[in-house]
Ligand binder design. Structure first.
Ligand code: NAP
Length: 325
């Protein structure tokens, strides 16, 4: 089968398209014919070899994907040949056999039904981004209907997911982005107010949009740039969830003190199995009732994985980058 393989850590050029043997599945495994694979920033961090988690070399990248069940082992219950599924969960990449391939071996807990109305590309946009968004909003910030959330970096994979989930739950949503096209998508997917984070005084727009109160919850994609300013845009008893961070920053902790504010970290690697059950139940309900419509803004063939990894680290996000397989 065709697969992207990484034999040595380095820049995007280490991602090579190769012909390798089909994976061998055990009795508890499901073989998925992957049709689309989601590209996440974490995939781009991992091939450098500097990320906290290192897969064994050589490895095939990719946490997320969608496709059809090709075969299910004798011990597998609940999945059969032909089922449309999305793949989510760290199993593949950590074991070195990710979704950037024609076939992926999965354990049943990594697989979830893909409704007929959801395309494979949309299915590949679900795993890391939507689980992160759900985790940040509801399990870390405990956001509830009637509150206001600032999605700081709303145009990318996690951002659009956060906007959709918050809108569906009855929050007022403010989303930021760096391009007109990105902001148009954010508005279309449920934001009540959109603001460019490239404008000099955009914090003033956000304060105006909240009637001077600030946001109850901030989901932050670039804490190394924004954390101190976030404190000035936060309501009393507000919560900031640090989702993305690429360096050190300085904050005035008085901004947290005066508001009884909480700065909460999160990583998807800490989510328990029981919490994932809650998350996917929420996502599947949202896909079925039409409130969740993932955006696969850029589709590229599998052979262009290296270009996709360069693009995912550049500004100008438009939902997910997806590799078609
Ligand atoms: P993505 O699709 O590449 O999107 C990046 C987002 O960051 C875009 O909306 C981008 O907006 C925005 N951004 C750029 N400059 C910004 C600024 N100065 N202020 C606010 N936002 C800014 O990435 P993603 O998949 O959504 O992930 C977002 C971040 O979260 C990444 O750093 C990723 O590594 C991290 N992440 C963490 C976890 C976790 O478990 N903690 C899970 C998933 C992702 P424009 O391009 O429109 O400027």
């Amino acid at each position: 089968m065709k697969a992207i393989r990484v034999h040595a850590f380095g820049g995007p050029e280490v991602l090579k398209l190769e012909d390798i043997a089909d994976p061998k599945a055990g009795p508890g495994d499901v073989v998925v014919r992957v049709r689309a694979a989601g590209v996440n920033p974490v995939d781009a961090y991992m091939h450098t070899g500097t990320y906290a988690r290192k897969p064994p070399l050589p490895y095939t990248p990719g946490f997320d994907g969608a496709g059809d069940v090709e075969s299910a082992g004798a011990d597998v219950k609940g999945f059969a040949k032909g089922d449309r599924v999305y793949i989510a969960g760290p199993g593949n990449t950590i074991s070195g056999a990710g979704t950037y391939a024609e076939r992926a071996i999965c354990i049943p807990s990594q697989l979830h039904r893909l409704p007929a109305r959801t395309s494979y590309a949309q299915g590949a946009a679900l795993g890391v981004p939507y689980c992160t968004a759900y985790r940040a909003l509801f399990q870390r910030a405990r956001a509830v209907a009637g509150e206001t959330v600032l999605v700081h970096g709303a145009t990318g994979g996690v951002g659009i997911a956060t906007v959709e989930l918050a809108h569906a739950r009855g929050l007022t949503v403010i989303g930021t982005g760096g391009t007109d096209a990105g902001l148009a998508a954010v508005r279309e997917h449920g934001a009540d107010v959109v603001v460019s984070h490239r404008a000099v005084n955009y914090a003033d727009d956000i304060m105006r949009a909240t009637g001077g109160r600030g946001a109850d919850v901030i989901i932050e994609m670039a804490a190394h740039i924004n954390l101190d300013r976030d404190l000035s845009m936060l309501a009393r008893f507000g919560r900031i969830v640090v989702v993305g961070n690429r360096g050190k920053t300085e904050i005035d902790a008085r901004g947290a003190m005066g508001r009884d504010a909480a700065i909460l970290g999160m990583t998807l690697f800490n989510v328990t199995d029981a919490e994932f059950v809650e998350i996917h139940a929420g996502l599947i309900a949202g896909l079925a009732n039409g409130t969740l419509n993932p955006v696969a803004g850029r589709e590229m063939p599998l052979a262009e994985a290296a270009r996709a990894h360069t693009t995912v680290m550049e500004p100008g996000a438009l939902g997910k980058i997806v590799l078609t397989v």
